[in-house]
Design a protein around this ligand. Structure first.
Ligand code: TXA
Ligand code: MG
Length: 313
């Protein structure tokens, strides 16, 4: 049985985490499947609950930026990004500090760690109360759509985790941007809640990781975030039986159901709606999900990245 905890029961959630149990909690991006990052058994339980391949490392969440120094090596680029974007939807891949107490399993065998300070007030309060770094991948089964409400979490992981802390829907709605700072040139491992352009404004041009090697971020697996129905991208018309995710004020007619990612062409609003709406139309009474074109700018890049992966099967 997985219990649903109201925001007022935050201390109960913190106590469960300290005791090594798994608790899903809201962040500004998506719900995270939290476990004590310093407890090998908790981290192992996260992989088991998600059915996630072991080689995929986890993001470690902190309540404050200065905690990062005990865990990872912070260079001037990291310090700059932390100051500008934390708390917020940016994860930094850094080298582990020698005295780092985070489970090696969270790094999945790499000598690096992904860190982030989320900006959701409940998440910060929870992390502060637990007093330890919390490993938290998105609280969905491996390969499925990330959850942006407590109900989504329960439908993905109900019965597999101790509790979900219900903080309502997530504001950003798409996962954090992951930047790898372990090499000379910063790499974007995953587009996300902070637009890559904003990071480039501080660090200069970012590179994409070279293809061909083992995926460094599971967000990089070609097929990910997969709904059950086929997804048809860049749709400018609708075929019989399809549901439509529309973008902009005008949408083609003929859809069995139309949901607007954003009527006002706002990519932020579309990102916040993306996973909830993908779930809402992923129903057997439709033949496929058609999605209108989204501009490849700002958060639009993260949205298109998720859509392309969701369309790959
Ligand atoms: O917004 C988010 O980032 C959410 C919330 C809960 O914080 N978390 C999340 O975690 O999306 P997850 O595990 O689903 O995605 C973590 C991403 C993956 O693409 C993973 O491969 C990458 O970060 N990552 C984690 N540690 C890494 C490392 N040491 N090196 C390279 N990539 C890493
Ligand atoms: Mg995920």
């Amino acid at each position: 049985m997985t219990i649903r905890l109201a925001a007022t029961a935050l201390e109960q959630a913190a106590a469960l985490l300290r005791a090594g149990e798994l608790v899903a909690f809201p962040t500004e991006t998506v719900y995270g499947l939290g476990g004590d990052a310093t407890n090998d058994e908790s981290v192992a339980a996260i992989f088991a609950a998600k059915g996630r391949p072991r080689f995929n490392p986890l993001i470690v969440h902190l309540s404050r930026a200065d905690e990062a120094e005990k865990i990872a090596q912070i260079d001037s680029r990291a310090a700059l990004l932390m100051q500008r974007f934390w708390p917020g939807p940016l994860s930094l891949v850094l080298r582990r500090a020698p005295q780092c107490k985070v489970s090696l399993l969270a790094s999945a065998g790499l000598d690096t760690l992904a860190l982030r300070v989320p900006s959701h007030p409940l998440a910060i309060e929870l992390l502060r109360s637990v007093g330890r770094p919390i490993a938290a991948p998105s609280a969905n089964r491996s390969g499925r759509i990330s959850p942006t409400t407590a109900d989504h979490v329960l439908s993905e992981l109900g019965g597999r985790i101790a509790a979900v802390l219900d903080g309502g829907p997530c504001r950003v709605g798409i996962e954090s941007t992951v930047i790898d700072l372990t090499g000379k040139t910063p790499l974007v491992l995953r587009q996300g809640g902070v637009a890559a352009e904003e990071v480039e404004a501080l660090l200069g041009p970012l590179a994409a990781p070279a293809g061909g090697e083992a995926p460094r971020a599971p967000g990089m697996l070609a097929s990910h975030y997969a709904p059950n129905l086929p997804l048809r991208l860049d749709a400018t018309s609708v075929e019989a039986g399809e549901a439509l995710l529309a973008f902009g004020p005008d949408s083609p007619s003929g859809a069995k159901e139309t949901l607007y990612l954003s009527k006002s062409r706002d990519v932020r609003e579309a990102a916040a709606n993306l996973f909830t709406m993908l779930r809402a139309v992923d129903r057997a009474d439709f033949t496929a999900i058609a999605v209108m074109p989204i501009p490849e700018q700002g958060l639009g890049r993260a949205i298109n990245d998720r859509l392309r992966r969701a369309a790959t099967r």
